[in-house]
Design a protein around this ligand. Structure first.
Ligand code: KG4
Ligand code: ZN
Length: 314
């Protein structure tokens, strides 16, 4: 079965073809990111107008890379929510029209569940039940998952998402947007720092909070005394360490509580090198199998939409 996936929930316009719910035949993503950079965040109106222009050529490119004629498609999958409403509308309208014209089924997919599904786009399929952590620019949520269609929310951020904290801290430090990759790169250049921050533990819950640490970084960075303020790299390192610590700690604690031997991670922040390294190390000590999608499947993409869509169609 060949499913065409379409994803337009934020700044990206993406199309992909997935075979039999696990093999990625093509995965094409373009973004209007550069146009948002000077505003420090995504401007919805710019995003949706670009998506309107990019949608058709991106779908053609995804089909060409998969060496498939559009008539060979067995179904169309599209991101239904959550996301920017104007952007979602472009993708959903396009997908509906295409499915109708082809007389093929249309399946609407949840963006967050699709981030988790990215772990199934490979030969070795994770075993369920699992704990799932989705960490992106818009979401930080922990779920207990019995099967891929049933997500039970354990906890989520009560304020900023982890990726949003990376973006805001990068802005404070003058590193531009998006902040995650810049902080990740810079944090690697130092091994230790006397500076430390901590994220609110919110003990007794599976919730997260990242707005306090962003403010702590802001006040720290305003210090006049350059010696105690440290370098940009040191601050980036200390900030990243505290975010990674809380994500690792809570997801492994959830695995222990739910007696789950599988931990699945998804979303843009799952591309963070320190999170990947520490999760793998700590999970191994606890006897838990941790799954991390390949980097291009962590960020917003349409392969995860096509994958979950085909799973639902099958
Ligand atoms: O999943 P995604 O592409 O879009 C949303 O659904 O939000 O995630 C984007 C977020 C941004 O906040 C970006 O700064 C963050 O993922 N991100 C990272 C890294 N790469 C992207 N955060 C930390 N480290 C990274 N390497
Ligand atoms: Zn996303």
């Amino acid at each position: 079965m060949h499913v065409l996936g379409i994803e337009t929930s934020c700044d990206e316009t993406a199309a992909a073809v997935v075979r039999d719910a696990r093999t990625v035949l093509s995965n094409v993503v373009t973004s209007s990111l550069k146009e948002h950079q000077r505003y420090g965040g995504v401007i919805p109106e710019i995003a949706s107008r670009r998506q309107l222009e990019f949608m058709y050529p991106i779908v053609q490119e995804a089909l060409a890379q998969a060496h498939l004629d559009i008539r060979a498609i067995d179904g169309v999958a599209v991101t239904r929510a959550p996301g920017l409403i104007g952007s979602l509308l472009v993708g959903v309208s396009f997908a509906r029209a295409l499915a109708w014209a082809l007389r093929k089924p249309l399946v609407e997919v949840d963006h967050i569940e699709a981030h988790a599904y990215a772990n199934f786009l490979c030969e070795e399929q994770p075993t369920l039940p699992a704990v799932v952590l989705v960490v992106s620019g818009g979401h930080t949520s922990l779920y207990g998952v019995k099967d891929i269609r049933h997500f039970k929310l354990l906890g989520k951020t009560i304020d900023d998402a982890a990726g949003e904290a990376f973006d805001k801290v990068a802005r404070i430090l003058g590193l531009g947007y998006p902040g995650g990759p810049a902080i990740d790169r810079l944090a690697k250049t130092v091994s230790e720092t006397p500076i430390s921050f901590s994220c609110a533990a919110l003990s007794g819950t599976w919730n997260f909070s990242f707005s306090g640490i962003k403010t702590a970084v802001l006040y720290h960075w305003r210090k006049k005394d350059a010696y105690h303020r440290g370098t940009v790299a040191q601050v980036a390192h200390a900030f990243q360490k505290s975010v990674v610590d809380i994500l690792v700690q809570k997801s492994l604690a959830a695995c222990r509580k739910l007696k789950s031997k599988t931990l699945l991670i998804g979303g843009g922040v799952a591309a963070n090198s320190s999170l990947r390294k520490h999760l793998q190390q700590r999970a191994r000590e606890d006897g838990i199998n941790v799954y991390l999608p390949r980097l291009d499947l962590c960020m917003d993409n349409a392969a995860m939409i096509a994958g979950l869509g085909s799973h639902m169609l099958i």
